[in-house]
Design a protein around this ligand. Structure first.
Ligand SMILES: [Zn+2]
Length: 479
């Protein structure tokens, strides 16, 4: 089976945050699980680099915009090593091939009669890069999402996309179970579409904002940043020329999955899907929406001072422990709360005293008492575990492995091979060795189940069993 998976492209006006680390680790686990099953997988991520917010941020820094986006794109690219990700590509919306693909989507939508010009006067929020209606403002006339920004009254000629024409087709699309996960979010999206859709502006005057993709055939306008960014999911595959055939293989003839945050439904499942319909390209098969990560009951923000960055997490606990905590202790779709106290607790209880300690004890016994490594055959994860991953129940999949770890711990306690191997009686000592061999084979099984979530830990455990040697400390105690 051919499978395509992509994260959203983070907007490069700040450092990578934990919510995006969650999204990309979830995607990585699925990509690894599919590859292990023999699927052909294309796993994409990248960075969204146009728009007024970025132009302004660069200006504030006194930096050239291109230099600014280059610096941030590098910051996001670094996540690959930081989190041990297996992505196949990293698309930047400033890549020439992407710019051409976005322009081709524009042309197709235009030829289909879905783009028209309209003069417009309204209150514009730079934070949202959008005009705001009365309903979207607070009592003091500020944007609900950006209460510190002053709105600008703008009058300009823009191009609009005829989203309203797609109401029926979007309803049909969103009526298919599975196009949005979780299911209740699909129902919300369907209700939103049934409520009525408004056409939206898809360009800005380049006199006001030049940092964008030029509108084909009209130099006075650049594309609205979303209209430019969404086609990145297919530009990276080689759309439209498709010289390498990836677009046909992975989008045309593959199962497609997009990962996104819960605030993205209107963009990913409505706007983008209508654009695909208009350009006569297959719709996305499924979009999975994860929840937000808060800290201490509040949204993470610089002003609150409660930001926990993925880099800090990896520096303190290591890569696999960070992946573990994102997968098991952050809910896949609901909002979760994470604090340093809780992270320390999870790390110490489940990894240092749990998995790490168990592996050390068993492999020390094996090294001291077994004459040779145990016989091992290649192991595949249980179906029950695979089903949990297929259902995006990353936390339950991890619980499944940690139940295996708990069982192994119980076998250790019940059979007490550490006592038996010191016994007077030869047959008791032999029984102790058998227990140790059994425990080592349990470890190999646990390692096979950890391969997609904690790849390095999994390899270390497997190698230890293969070599019959206690490994280096997997999870050092916190200082
Ligand atoms: Zn706003």
């Amino acid at each position: 089976m051919n499978r395509y998976i992509t994260t959203t492209l983070p907007y490069v006006n700040g450092d990578p945050h934990l919510g995006f680390a969650l999204e990309i680790v979830q995607a990585d686990v699925l990509a690894r699980a599919w590859r292990a099953r023999g699927d052909q997988v294309f796993f994409n991520t990248g960075s969204d680099e146009h728009g007024q917010k970025i132009a302004e941020k660069a200006e504030q820094n006194g930096e050239d915009v291109q230099a600014y986006v280059d610096r941030y794109a590098a910051e996001f690219k670094k996540l690959k090593d930081t989190l041990n990700l297996s992505n196949d590509s990293f698309v930047r919306t400033t890549d020439q091939s992407h710019i051409e693909a976005a322009q081709e989507i524009w042309r197709r939508c235009d030829q289909a009669g879905n783009i028209y010009e309209k003069s417009y006067t309204g209150m514009y929020c730079v934070g949202c890069e959008a005009f705001k209606t009365e309903r979207e403002l607070d009592e003091s006339g500020h944007c609900l999402l950006h209460s510190t920004l002053e709105l600008q009254e703008l009058s300009e000629k823009n191009y609009f996309f005829a989203l309203s024409k797609y109401q029926d087709r979007l309803k049909e699309y969103l009526s298919q179970p599975g196009v949005i996960v979780p299911e209740w979010r699909r129902e919300e999206a369907l209700a939103f579409v049934e409520h009525g859709l408004e056409d939206f502006s898809i360009s800005r005057e380049s006199a006001r904002l030049s940092w964008g993709v030029p509108v084909p055939g009209d130099d006075s306008q650049v594309m609205y940043v979303w209209f430019d960014a969404l086609p990145s999911y297919i530009s990276v595959l080689g759309f439209p020329e498709d010289v390498a055939g990836n677009f046909n293989t992975f989008w045309g003839n593959g199962a497609t999955l997009q990962m996104a945050g819960k605030d993205q439904v209107r963009f990913q499942s409505i706007m983008w899907q209508a654009m695909l319909m208009s350009a006569q390209i297959k719709n996305t098969d499924a979009v999975f929406y994860h929840g937000f990560i808060n800290s201490g009951g509040q949204r993470m923000s610089k002003s609150t001072g409660n930001v926990i960055s993925p880099y800090e997490l990896v520096a303190k606990y290591g890569i696999d422990a960070t992946r573990y905590m994102l997968l098991r202790h952050v809910h896949p779709v609901d909002d979760s709360d994470v604090t340093w106290e809780r992270l320390d607790e999870w790390y110490t209880a489940n990894l240092v005293n749990g998995l790490g300690n168990l592996v050390a004890r068993i492999m020390k016994l094996a090294e001291d008492n077994l004459d040779a490594p145990i016989e091992m055959s290649a192991q595949e994860p249980d179906e029950a575990f695979q089903h949990k991953l297929d259902a995006f129940a990353f936390d339950e999949a991890m619980d499944y492995v940690f139940e295996m770890i708990a069982e192994c711990d119980a076998v250790m306690t019940d059979r007490a091979p550490f006592k038996k191997v010191k016994g007077e009686d030869e047959s008791i000592r032999a029984e102790g060795k058998q227990d140790i061999a059994l425990l080592a084979s349990h470890l190999a099984k646990i390692a096979a189940h950890l391969a997609v979530a904690m790849p390095t830990t999994s390899e270390t455990i497997l190698r230890a069993v293969q070599e019959n040697k206690k490994p280096e400390n997997l999870f050092p105690r916190l200082a």
